[in-house]
Write a protein that binds this ligand. Structure first.
Ligand code: HEM
Length: 241
């Protein structure tokens, strides 16, 4: 594995445009990873809040989905941007991970900080694992919901997609509830380190407010994880029908 990694061409051997040079530089990677990560976290937060509308009833949820669908070309454009951002984020993440493997293939058996307080944690050490899990999950998730069965229903005299019925149907099945819960825990760990690391990479943090930002990103991760998890469990427990 190590030999294979070393045999790959190094960045210096490749022709480079200024954008590619930025993408390949350590500082460029940090900035791209931070900015794309924060954009994805913003999407996830909005998506989580949108899901909670199902607690208000099927009509509220379907009306929200229909409202988004009515954006038409603008929605397609935003989805395209989202895919681009996700691919950039994944590309940089994998490249940083492989770069670290190349530099130190054996890894550390223990993590000890010298000097300033270390922000190494279970979350920071498992970013590649939780990130890969989320990427696989995303494919299955879109297959299940976005490209899943189209149930029609009536809303204010119009025929619309009954996404609420699909969500309720899916989360009556325990394997989905369990699978989503595991993935959402992974998302929580990923966000816990990612949000903090992103603002730090973008240079927003001065040393004094670092512990506060560290705490806020933990709160954000817990809120998003629990916010997402509430719906599957509420449906499975019969609180949302
Ligand atoms: C209980 C948790 C979740 C539920 C019930 C849920 C539900 C849904 C539904 C119903 C759709 C289809 C929307 C439509 O076609 O209009 C959707 C799309 C999507 N979901 Fe989720 N979701 C959950 C968690 C997540 C998580 C954790 C992520 C990301 C990490 C995510 C990312 C996405 C993306 C990227 C789309 C496509 C959005 C678009 O194309 O406009 N979802 N979700």
């Amino acid at each position: 594995m190590t030999n294979l990694l070393k045999a790959l061409p190094s960045n210096a051997d490749l022709p480079q445009s200024p954008w590619l040079r930025f993408y390949r530089s350590p500082i460029g990677k940090k900035l791209i990873s931070g900015a794309t990560g924060l954009a994805l976290a913003g999407f996830v937060l909005v998506h989580m809040v949108g899901n909670l509308l199902l607690f208000l009833g099927h009509d509220a949820y379907n009306a929200y989905a229909e409202h988004l669908a009515n954006w038409g070309v603008l929605l397609y454009a935003m989805e395209g941007v989202l895919v681009g951002i996700a691919l950039l984020h994944i590309g940089v993440g994998v490249s940083v991970f492989l770069g670290r493997l190349r530099a130190r293939p054996e890894g550390y058996s223990t993590y000890q900080s010298v000097g300033e307080k270390s922000y190494q944690s279970f979350s920071s050490r498992t970013m590649i694992v939780t990130g890969s899990g989320l990427a696989i999950f995303l494919g299955l998730h879109l297959w299940t919901f976005k490209f899943g069965p189209y149930y029609p229903t009536e809303l204010n005299g119009h025929s619309v997609r009954d996404l609420a019925r699909l969500v309720v149907e899916i989360f009556h099945k325990f394997p989905y509830v369990l699978g989503y819960s595991v993935v959402l825990l992974g998302l929580g760990f990923h966000l816990r380190h990612g949000a903090w690391s992103a603002v730090q990479s973008l240079g927003v943090l001065q040393a004094g407010i670092r512990p506060i930002a560290y705490g806020v990103s933990a709160l954000l991760a817990v809120a998003i994880t629990l916010g997402f998890m509430a719906l599957p469990w509420a449906i499975y427990g019969g609180l949302v029908a």
